[in-house]
Design a protein around this ligand. Structure first.
Ligand SMILES: [Mg+2]
Length: 301
């Protein structure tokens, strides 16, 4: 929240860009595009803008078309857009808002109006980002939560089913966690969860997703990772956890790993196999890594 918000200014007239930049450069990080195509490029590139000020009348691709394109792309659809335009009839304004713009500023540009309206939209954007982040993360460990994991996993699996690739999943369950809680209280339990979460997230690559799945259960999605690489990684994590001793509490964990099968396996099935491998790791005496079977074993009841 302390970082400056980023605003993308889009206008085919240089003096308008200069005027807008003059109002905003003190408080915001600015990016500039002078046509629609460039706007779309910059909207997808880091730093992703928190707000776009979009001119309507531009050659080649007008602001309305740019807005439609941005709103139809999942990676840019949530960026708020304010139209800045000389078209000032009620009909024009209504049309712009119907396309999904959050506000409409008319030219000639009046600095006080621009500053105030931009300020309001940036505050709303930061609030909605904070809420979204809270909804996707576990508050204790700050890892992603189960909800996010499943959403992300399903889209990764769909991508691999279409285009091919490798994906492995690692499930981690802290051993004898109930005893930790009994012996050291919930604060001790929280200390252990946070320490384990730290180990899991510090070792991961950018493309991996580390999530707290349930009480003392964690899942890591390993993109572009085969079962043998996952095994090696799990062994390192297992050893790091064993040597953690947070506040002197001895902790170990059991690991189950599974690789997505190329026959259209769904994430739910992949995860169930990893879960079964964790169960086997527990049976083997805990504090170890077990690779999942290709088929889910049906347990007799
Ligand atoms: Mg123009």
């Amino acid at each position: 929240m302390n970082d400056k918000a980023t605003i993308l200014l889009v206008d085919d007239t240089r003096t308008n860009i200069e005027l807008l930049a003059g109002c905003l450069q003190k408080h915001y990080n600015l990016k500039v595009a002078m046509d629609g195509k460039r706007c779309i490029e910059l909207a997808e590139r880091d730093p992703i803008p928190d707000l776009i000020l979009l001119d309507v009348i531009m050659p080649d691709m007008d602001g309305y078309e740019v807005c439609r394109t941005l709103k139809s792309n999942p990676s840019t659809k949530d960026i708020p857009i304010i139209f800045v335009t000389g078209k000032d009839s009620d009909k024009d304004e209504e049309f712009g808002l119907q396309l999904g713009a959050v506000d409409y500023i008319t030219k000639p540009i009046r600095p006080a109006i621009v500053t105030a309206r931009v300020g309001t939209q940036i505050i709303l954007k930061q609030q909605s980002d904070a809420l979204r982040s809270m909804a996707l993360h576990d508050q204790l460990t700050r890892l992603f939560n189960r909800h996010y994991l499943i959403e992300a996993a399903n889209s990764k699996v769909a991508r691999i089913t279409r285009h091919g690739g490798t994906l492995s999943v690692m499930m981690i369950d802290i051993d004898y966690f109930k005893l930790v809680n009994d012996q050291f209280g919930h604060q001790g339990g929280d200390t252990v969860l946070k320490a384990v979460a730290n180990v899991l997230s510090s070792a991961n690559r950018k493309e991996d997703i580390v999530a707290r799945f349930g009480g003392e259960e964690f899942v890591i999605l390993l993109d572009h990772c085969s079962i043998s690489d996952a095994d090696e990684k799990a062994e390192q994590l297992r050893s790091s956890i064993e040597h953690l001793l947070p506040e002197g509490i001895s902790v170990t964990a059991s690991f189950g790993i599974a690789e997505l099968q190329p026959d259209g396996e769904e994430f739910e099935h992949l995860l169930a196999r990893a879960d079964q491998a964790v169960y086997l790791a527990k049976e083997k005496g805990r504090n170890c890594v077990v690779q999942a079977e290709k088929e889910l074993e049906v347990k007799e009841s």
